[in-house]
Design a protein. Structure first.
Length: 199
């Protein structure tokens, strides 16, 4: 491991000499001039909800499984393309989340993994969720989280984004640990769709 002393004058080249292909000042200026308009455009999207939501709609279409395609064959298995929805906002960036599902800790749901002497059974979230027709499963791909974090869905009918947000807020207000299953929006912000927006 290489120790790098703190140096206020060291800006942008933390390992001097380790990367011979590092850009010189002229190349950096040229790259910055090419990248700056894109950065400005992305920053302005904070104030353009219709543009953001149109881009998200396009990205959502691109992620739909095609009949007979690999995505359809993998549906439900490891590596399946995750469908998403979003909670729109007027200013900022819309919250992307896995479609029709919430996450809750097993302890909040029915007391699993709770310390001895925890809540009584009627103070867990399971009864409330049962009344809403929402069921839990521990089919997470991450073995370490299985049983500790549960996926909540409503099998008979999906949950709209606003419904998910209301249920998650209600669970948290009751003292349970639950949230939307958040997704990172790097695809539509960073690289997936470039150029002018389609009409």
């Amino acid at each position: 491991m290489k120790s790098v002393p703190f140096d206020e004058t060291n800006r942008g080249d933390p390992f001097p000499g380790d990367f011979p292909e590092w850009l010189d000042q002229g190349q950096r200026s040229e790259l910055q001039a090419r990248v700056q308009p894109r950065i400005t455009e992305l920053a302005q999207r904070r104030h353009a909800p219709s543009d953001r939501q149109r881009l998200l709609g396009l990205l959502r279409q691109r992620r739909q499984p095609r009949p007979g395609g690999q995505e359809a064959q993998r549906a439900g298995g490891h590596g399946a393309v995750t469908a998403f929805d979003f909670l729109p906002v007027d200013v900022g960036f819309d919250t992307l989340h896995a479609r029709s599902e919430l996450l809750i800790t097993g302890q909040s749901y029915d007391g699993r993994h709770a310390p001895l002497g925890g809540r009584s059974q009627d103070t867990y979230a399971k009864g409330y969720l049962d009344n809403l027709g929402i069921v839990a499963s521990d089919d997470l791909e991450c073995e370490e989280l299985r049983g500790r974090v549960l996926r909540l869905t409503r099998p008979d009918a999906g949950l709209e984004s606003w419904e998910l947000a209301v249920v998650a807020r209600s669970l948290r207000n009751q003292g349970f640990v639950a949230s939307l299953n958040h997704m990172m929006p790097t695809g539509y912000v960073g690289k997936a769709i470039g150029g002018p927006l389609p009409a």
